[in-house]
Ligand binder design. Structure first.
Ligand SMILES: [Zn+2]
Length: 417
């Protein structure tokens, strides 16, 4: 079991573990209403774990060696992580990039990277003796929490914008969560969830504020490092909303460096939609924190936030990696869904197609070279939002049940893409 301590990401203070204490009491005094979270805590692992054997990355014993839990038995019996790192020969050829990989994280139980965070948060809640876990979510975090709690027998209460994609709402309801659709934005749901946790004594899984959300997602980076070894990635392309996957992935690579498994953290290329681009704007301007984007909107619903909650940490970690940010339009995101799916066999939701669109933008800008080793993080399945994928397709017309109709249709088809 990994020994660990909690460290303030702003002042560096080491704090005693306390399920009620989610942020640094000193730095949180600077918290502004509606701003990014001040005094975020980060987990620092004090041990140097052994490398897992092949195929054992997602085993509870492996996870307990690299994550802050008291016992492997605290994890829900739901295998999370371990998705393949695909060499994608057809996408390589299309992009002229001989060292391109896709990390398929759509194969998690609820279909997204958020399962990694929820698995760890639920394990910590179990060890704290807390039965109800609550979170705000654009959709995937709520579904992930619902799935893990369905396996463990804990209670999930989730606050989601009522505009969340219907498939996500159905999924979280089927998985047994108490679903509270909020007439408002994700940011309003986030604030409401925090207040409800204080009022009702629930364990707060709100992303970023709960340090185990960032820490749980680091296993995505550990797996990429282990799967690519003895090679090392030059660039990892991350879709960003709150900046928590970005921060977690950076932390995972930093752990691999600290443990002697990797020479350096790869450059992180952060991709955001043009309509929700607070992190990228700050990266470009050199600011230490974000300027909120009121009315943020995009087809990539998972990435839509007015204020990225983990902004300060994400910006610092991307800069430390030598990375950068790019924005992509909704049209480019929609087009990338079918292109990624048809060239790799992995069907992404809009947020998970954004890395491909972002990579293409970064190539144009000279931020990435075609010879570099690049990994795209595919963070959620397209089945969560089929309407978004369909919106980039021509209407599908049926044919009469005869061979001549088949021939006529085939004559009109162009090979995709
Ligand atoms: Zn502090």
């Amino acid at each position: 079991m990994a020994r660990f301590e909690l460290v303030c990401t702003e002042c560096g203070r080491v704090l005693a573990e306390d399920p009620e204490l989610l942020v640094c009491p000193e730095c949180s005094r600077f918290q502004e209403s509606g701003g990014s979270v001040r005094g975020l805590l980060a987990v620092r692992i004090l041990d140097r774990p052994e490398l897992p054997g092949p195929g054992r990355m997602a085993d509870p014993e492996t996870l307990a060696a690299v994550l802050p839990v008291a016992s492997a038995a605290s994890f829900a019996l739901l295998p999370v992580g371990g998705g393949p790192l695909l060499p994608v020969p057809r996408l390589r050829e299309a992009q002229g990039m001989p060292r391109l990989w896709v990390k398929d994280d759509t194969r998690n139980p609820s279909g997204s990277t958020k399962d990694r965070a929820s698995l760890l948060v639920a394990a910590r809640a179990m060890e704290y003796g807390r039965e109800t876990i609550a979170t705000a979510s654009t959709g995937n975090a709520a579904t992930a929490l619902a799935a893990v709690c369905a396996a463990s027998g804990q209670r999930a209460v989730v606050f989601v914008p009522e505009s969340a994609p219907p498939a996500k709402l159905v999924q979280m309801r089927a998985l047994g969560a108490v679903v509270l659709p909020v007439r408002g934005s994700y940011d309003q749901a986030f604030e409401l969830c925090g207040r409800a946790c204080q009022a009702f004594g629930w364990y707060n899984r709100n992303t970023a504020v709960n340090p185990f959300t960032t820490e749980g997602k680091k296993t995505l980076a550990l797996e990429v490092g282990w799967q690519l070894a003895p090679e090392a990635p030059d660039v990892v392309v991350v879709p960003a909303g709150d900046g928590v996957i970005t921060s977690g992935v950076a932390g995972g690579f930093a752990d691999l460096v600290a443990w002697g498994h990797l020479a350096a953290v790869p450059r992180l290329l952060v991709v955001q939609p043009e309509g929700s681009s607070a992190l990228v704007r700050a990266l470009e301007s050199g600011a230490a924190d974000v300027t909120p984007v009121p009315g943020a909107a995009s087809v990539a619903d998972s990435l839509v936030v007015e204020v990225p909650r983990a902004a300060r940490l994400a910006l610092a970690r991307v800069r430390a990696s030598g990375g950068a940010g790019v924005t992509v339009g909704d049209g480019a995101i929609r087009a990338a869904i079918g292109r990624l799916a048809s060239l790799t066999g992995v069907f992404p939701e809009p947020a998970a197609a954004a890395p491909l669109a972002g990579l293409e933008r970064a190539l144009e800008l000279g931020l990435v070279e075609r010879e570099e080793r690049v990994v795209l993080l595919i963070t959620g399945t397209g089945l969560k939002d089929p309407a978004a994928a369909e919106s980039a397709m021509p209407p599908l017309e049926s044919i009469e049940p005869d061979l001549a109709a088949v021939e006529r249709r085939l004559a009109g088809l162009h090979r995709h893409p």
